[in-house]
Structure formats: C-alpha cells, structure tokens
Design a protein around this ligand. Structure first.
Ligand code: AMP
Length: 304
C-alpha cells in the first residue's frame, strides 16, 4: 500500500517537473511557414511573441510520456483556444480590421490570400499552381489551401489560437478545417461575418491601390495618398506611398472583370459556410457598410 503511494507520488512529481520545465522555456519569435518570400506586411501580420502555455506543457508531458492526470490538470487550468474565421466578401474591410483584432486578442491573422500572393511572388511550386487562377478571380483547389493552413497552424504562435482570413472559402474547406481542428481537440469558436452590399464592394475594390512592401492600402476616392492631386488620374506616377514615396500597385485581381467572378464565387461557394456554422451559434454578423471606426466598435462587442 505504502509502496503504491510512493510510486504514485514519484510519478506525479516527475510530471510536475516536466510541466514546469516546459513552462520555463524562453519565449520565441515565430514566423509563418515558408511558402516563399512573404512581404514584411504579411510577416508582421503573422509574427507574434509567444511564451509557453498550458497546452504546450500538455504536449511536453505527452512527449516525455507524462500521465493523463497532468493533461487533465492543465486542461482545467488552460483556456479554450480562439479559432476565429474572419468572414466577408472581397473589399468588406477584413484587411483593415484584422490588425486590430490581432492586437486585441494577441493571436496571428492567417490570410490564405497573403500566403498565396507571397508564394506567387517567390515563384514557388505553390505559387506556380495558384498564379493564373488567382489573377482571373477563381479559387485555387481546396487541397492546396487546406495543406497550407494545416502546416501553418502547427507553428508555435498559433497555440493560443488564430484568425483565419480568406479561409475557408467553400463548405468543403470548412468541413476539412473542422476535421483537422477536431483531431487536435479544437474547434471553430467564432465566425465574424462582415456584411457589405455588392455594389459598394465594386467601388471599394476597383479603386484600391496597395503599397506592396508594407501592405498599406489606399483608395482613389476614400483614402487618397497625398501624391494624388485633386482631379489627377490615378497611375503609378501619381499613386505613391505616403511614407516611402514608392509607387503603389493594384492587385492583379482587383479589376471589374475578376471582381465579378470573385463575388459570384463568394455568393455561390463561400456564403453557404455560414449555414454550416450557424446551428452551433458561433456566427456573428456585423454591418460593415459604415465607417471603419464604427465597424470596429461592433466587432469589439463580439470578440471573446
Ligand atoms: P484574398 O486576398 O483572400 O481575396 O485571396 C486572393 C485570391 O487567392 C482569391 O481570389 C483566390 O484565388 C485565392 N484564395 C485565397 N484564399 C483561398 C481559399 N481559401 N480557397 C481558394 N482560393 C483562395
């Protein structure tokens, strides 16, 4: 009897040492998966300082053969991971609101569009597969984006959770996401849907110019760079970044033709995702056809 107690205490002590050891690891700066040379902006969006946490301690005990008792204790102490889907049509303002959500929740934004654009710019195999279909406003294959996300969410900065931007785009992707999260004991905890009518989106998207290196976004009407004089025609000569003076550019798929296809894809393939998640009560819809500051006020109310 005494021997059994001694053994149990020794086992508990070694588990506690393993958990403590894991907790005392130094914090690390983590960068996203290497799909190619990501832009500084997308790197910034995905790089987050993280320390070790309860789930990591659980993994540490698994690796060191720790007992389920330690897992249970950590599970009770740890909070549920925030897996948020930032949902909305192109031009809804996801890119503008996401950095504020990142700051508030201290979890990274994972934008499949940014990752794919970085892959295209780097000329990687993924980029070669995605380039033409992206430029035309179509969707790349479910398998390709799911594999990108599957790899990315294993990075250390995703341990507390992450914000999915531009993913899932089809019900099939949503099901694959649920399955991959479920395998790790996680699930989608919030779908935040930004709502804007199509006619507003066309004007927003087709007037959008970006500074590629920083990700800063401008608009020929709503957010003009200082270089664009009143009445001047927007061009690479007149559209310059306020901070660096470098030429701005338009995304290859920010044309009216590609946008028509993107919006059609959004309504046909992406919107049904809301019906997929609605029964679980995690969908929050926000009117995003108002000033960005007001949109942010609405968003803040539904964030965990
Ligand atoms: P975005 O920046 O989210 O508008 O994405 C730009 C383009 O990348 C899209 O028009 C698609 O061609 C491609 N893309 C991004 N995310 C996905 C996804 N989840 N599924 C399929 N294609 C995607």
């Amino acid at each position: 009897m005494l021997g059994t107690d001694l053994l149990r205490h020794t086992a508990m002590l070694s588990v506690a040492v393993a958990v403590l050891g894991a907790l005392m690891q130094p914090a690390s700066l983590v960068q996203p998966a290497s799909l190619g040379a990501a832009s500084p902006a997308s790197l910034r969006r995905s790089a987050v300082m993280v320390g070790q946490d309860a789930p990591q301690a659980i993994r540490a005990t698994r690796l060191t053969g720790g007992s389920h008792r330690a897992e249970d204790a950590c599970m009770m102490a740890g909070s549920e991971k925030t897996v948020m889907i930032l949902f909305g049509p192109p031009g809804a303002g996801k890119g503008s609101q996401a950095p504020k959500i990142v700051e508030k929740l201290s979890i990274p934004q994972l934008s499949t569009g940014d990752m794919l654009r970085a892959a295209v710019a780097a000329g990687s195999e993924v980029g070669k597969q995605a380039k033409d279909v992206m430029a035309s406003g179509g969707l790349v294959s479910d398998e390709l984006v799911v594999s990108i996300i599957r790899e990315r969410i294993t990075e250390a900065d995703c341990k507390e959770g992450f914000i999915l931007d531009g993913f899932p785009r089809t019900v099939e992707q949503a099901k694959m996401l649920d399955e991959m999260l479920g395998a790790a004991g996680d699930k989608v905890s919030l779908v935040l849907a930004l709502e804007v009518p199509d006619e507003v989106l066309t004007e927003r998207i087709c007037g959008r110019w970006v500074h590629k290196a920083s990700g800063r976004s401008y608009h020929v009407k709503f957010a003009k760079p200082t270089s664009l004089a009143d009445g001047a025609t927007p061009s690479e000569e007149t559209m310059l970044d306020d901070e660096t003076g470098e030429a701005l550019m338009q995304r290859a798929d920010d044309t009216e033709e590609a946008l028509t296809k993107r919006l059609q894809g959004y309504h046909d393939q992406t919107v049904p995702i809301l019906a997929h998640y609605e029964p679980t009560g995690i969908v929050s819809k926000v009117d995003a056809n108002i000033k960005p500051e007001q949109v942010w006020t609405s968003i803040e109310k539904v964030l965990p």
